[in-house]
Design a protein around this ligand. Structure first.
Ligand SMILES: NC(=O)c1ccc[n+]([C@@H]2O[C@H](COP(=O)([O-])OP(=O)(O)OC[C@H]3O[C@@H](n4cnc5c(N)ncnc54)[C@H](OP(=O)(O)O)[C@@H]3O)[C@@H](O)[C@H]2O)c1
Length: 324
């Protein structure tokens, strides 16, 4: 048995409750993991509210965690009891003390990356790697726009893009967040709740527009982001914190030959070789001090509801994790 957050119905943060669930022995190709830190992501809020109906109920939500291998199923190679690993998984089940997991998802962690730091940076860092190094490869000298630049993914994007030689324009929801985005690496910061970011971006880029706009805010910013693009620029819509984006016509992209992409990190990680390569890039970037894990809030598993409330209320500047 294991303590786990069992979602029985969709709703507000109050529907998240810890119960005892059966775990069992790992099957062929599986490991059983005793988890030490669990990453909380916006995706989890959508699963909880019912906006995403991707977790059959009752079910244990959560898509990333870190822990120690407790038992190995038949045929598992390259891991042993006691191995320290992290994972991201579209198959859910991370909000638990102990769980079974396909061994192919386990990523051995560098010794100098602690459990809490790893749970803070794994999914968000792999997402930043996907966005900057795969979806639109950031080149030296170009200017990019990053929305919610003081957020978990946002800070990683600012720091990494800066290192790649880009000029970074970040948008943020408050003055405190402006300081955090600047510290993370943003060259220009726009308070987008007080000022229309589109004319500011035009002014900063002297009318040229940006090479890429990284937009996970969604409904409130999407059309403005499109407006901010220069010729051949790419709108990377990778989330919808403010709500789903209204449909647009492909001809909206024709004015400046723009591209629109809607990437999902799990799709980029579905081959084991790609997971290994992207995790390697992320760990190298952490070791070199290019990006830094930022744990904003660590709460006990029982306070899972509070973790969702804080994230949805825009009060976070960095990652939220749960300690089982
Ligand atoms: N596609 C993928 O594979 C993938 C993978 C990971 C994450 N994501 C997405 O990336 C985004 C960032 O994730 P994160 O965990 O790092 O969260 P986060 O950026 O730390 O938090 C979300 C931020 O979005 C901004 N925001 C704007 N309007 C909002 C609203 N109406 N409600 C709540 N927040 C609002 C807030 O920043 P301000 O106060 O500065 O506006 C808020 O702090 C999420 O949308 C997530 O779904 C996508």
């Amino acid at each position: 048995m294991s303590r786990a957050v069992l979602l029985r119905e969709h709703g507000g943060p109050e529907v998240l409750r810890v119960e005892e669930v059966a775990v069992g022995a790992p099957g062929p190709g599986e490991i059983r993991l005793r988890q030490t830190a669990i990453g909380v992501n916006f995706h989890d809020c959508y699963v909880r509210s019912g906006l995403y109906r991707t977790l059959p109920l009752p079910g244990v939500p959560g898509i990333e965690a870190v822990g120690h291998v407790e038992a190995l199923g038949e045929g598992v190679e390259g891991l042993r009891v006691g191995s320290r690993v992290g994972y991201v998984s579209p198959g859910y089940g991370a909000y638990a003390e102990t769980r079974r997991l396909p061994a192919s998802l386990a990523v051995p962690l560098p010794d100098d990356l602690g459990d809490e730091a790893a749970a803070s940076v794994l999914l968000k860092g792999l997402t930043a790697c996907m966005l900057l190094r795969r979806v639109h490869r950031v080149s030296p000298g170009e200017t990019i726009l990053v929305h919610a630049a003081a957020g978990g993914v946002g800070q990683l994007l600012c720091a990494w893009a800066k290192h790649l030689g880009a000029t970074v324009i970040g948008t943020v929801g408050s003055r405190e967040k402006a300081e955090i985005a600047t510290r993370a690496g943003a060259d220009h910061v726009v308070l987008y709740r007080e000022e229309d970011f589109v004319p500011r971006v035009r002014e900063i880029t002297e009318g040229r527009g940006v090479a890429a706009a990284y937009d996970a805010v969604g409904r409130d910013t999407f059309l403005g982001s499109l407006d901010c693009l220069g010729f051949l620029g790419t709108l990377v819509n990778y989330g919808q914190a403010s709500g789903p984006v209204e449909p647009i016509s492909p001809s909206a992209l024709a004015a400046k030959s723009n591209a629109l992409v809607r990437p999902i990190v799990f799709h980029h990680l579905r081959e084991r070789a790609a997971l290994g390569a992207m995790a390697g890039e992320l760990f190298a970037a952490i070791a070199a001090g290019i990006v830094r894990p930022e744990t904003f809030l660590a709460l006990p598993l029982e306070d899972v509801g509070e973790s969702h409330r804080t994230l949805e209320a825009r009060r976070t500047t960095g990652s939220v994790i749960l300690i089982p």
